[in-house]
Design a protein around this ligand. Sequence first.
Ligand SMILES: [Zn+2]
Length: 103
Amino acid sequence: MKIRKGDNVLVIKGRDRGRQGHVVQAFPKLGQVQVEGVNVVKCHKKATSTVRQAGIIEKEMPLSIAKVILICPICNKPTRIRGKSIADGTNVRVCSKCEEIIE
Ligand SMILES: [Zn+2]
């Protein structure tokens, strides 16, 4: 999975197209990410033993990583990521635009 928690991504498909945000949580097994302020749904909650406050809460739902694209922190452009192994054998992510390594 090429997108990780903390990455800044741009939504390219769906209702929130054009919106940017940080990845709050990544779900590699599902191929999904949860992005700050994206795919927000309103839930009506009843007060239970775990939820003290009843009412409407807003919650971000995970969306498919196919719908987001990473914004390179170095060149600040939406970019495709390539995987590359460096000298010591570890795999790093490389921006296809500026060729810089993305942490
Ligand atoms: Zn770049």
